[in-house]
Design a protein. Sequence first.
Length: 429
Amino acid sequence: MSDPTDSVKIAVLGCGTVGTQVVRLLLEQADDLAARVGAPVTLAGVYVRDTTVPRDAVVPVEALTSDAEALVDSADVVVELMGGVEPARSLILRALAQGAAVVTANKALLATHGAELYEAADAAGADLYYEAAVAGAIPLVRPVRESLAGDRVTRILGIVNGTTNYVLDEMTTKGLSYEDVVAEAQRLGYAEADPTADVGGHDAAAKAAILASLAFHQRVSLDDVYCEGITAITPDDIAAAKETGRVIKLLAVAEQADAGVTVRVHPTLISADHPLAGVRGAFNAVFVEAEAAGELMFYGQGAGGAPTASAVLGDVVSVARHKANGGKGPLESNYARHEVLPMDAAMTRYAVRMSVPDRPGVLAAVASIFATHEVGIESVRQMAGRGHAGLILSTHRATEAALRATVQELRETDAVNDVWSVLRIEGEA
Ligand code: NAP
């Protein structure tokens, strides 16, 4: 532990969207941070690949360095804002091994190498904080990890990727195609030039793994998460959702039941009355169900330089307090041993949209296929077409395996022309 009169030295690794704002807040709010921490907080340096590249004016040129190891070795707190696996992983391990506290926003690294990092932190007795890794500015990691530590979280439904929420929201409100909205989002800078990590659901899947690990007190990695993105969603899907009083959101769903844990990311139908349905644009929201607390909702900006820096600085204050005054944050809680179930075992409701020939007996034939696989039909909605009829069948809860077998048979029978789409339904009894 440092002498209380010593300053707490902060190394920032990476000086992009988030790193720049973290440096700005560290310098602009130095007096307030010192008062909150109980010791001066100083910037030890900022690691970048090329110190000669022009940077935002808030970043002092003299703070830049391309010697990451030396910077890490000089710091009490290392703030990793580079992203990616290497060199982030090695530098974090180096920092922890020396007893430095680490703050990171790197969900991709935590979701793939979390176990190694938590073990290194525990072995060194060092803090590892990552509030900004899930849902940007929204206080979520700490509430799930600490405030709900006395409760039993049963389910988390989250809109944890702003880009996909923006795309689906624009498709819903403006009736635009997926391709048109993504092109416009790229033009406005809301979507990356290569949007795969967002629209493919991979970014949300990394966050789902982190949230499930915290909520269920066991290790869940990216490989355990079923992941389906929004690229196949059509304006017809959006219109059909509206017909049934629902909207489509890309949800991260983590559930714990007696049989085990399931963690999945996919486009999901939710009732227009559900609190998550009102989450517009690029905002994020996470709906948590806990046995004693009941339903909780966390809402706010899930990305952006300043919002994400707010979460990073909150972590910096916490770990710097420990450096200045003693103490330590909670260790990783991974005592639980629930089985992480494959997607086939996931239980939910479904809406199957299909085209059937416009002739008698078709509905009975379709219903008998659902019955064969023990998938109960909750409602049928029919839309007339020329020579065919459009059907939307909403089911009761069934396993993914049973639904998959049902759809396979629907695709093979002559009682069905085409299965247009299958979407899972969440947030309804
Ligand atoms: P960014 O704008 O791409 O900035 C990354 C920074 O790290 C750049 O300064 C880059 O250097 C540096 N960097 C990358 N690889 C490096 C390497 N191998 N060696 C040295 N420096 C390296 O990224 P960001 O948006 O700030 O995101 C940073 C982290 O925060 C990521 O883990 C991200 O997932 C997470 N996060 C971001 C947001 C957000 O809204 N942006 C929200 C939540 C979490 P150059 O300047 O040389 O390119």
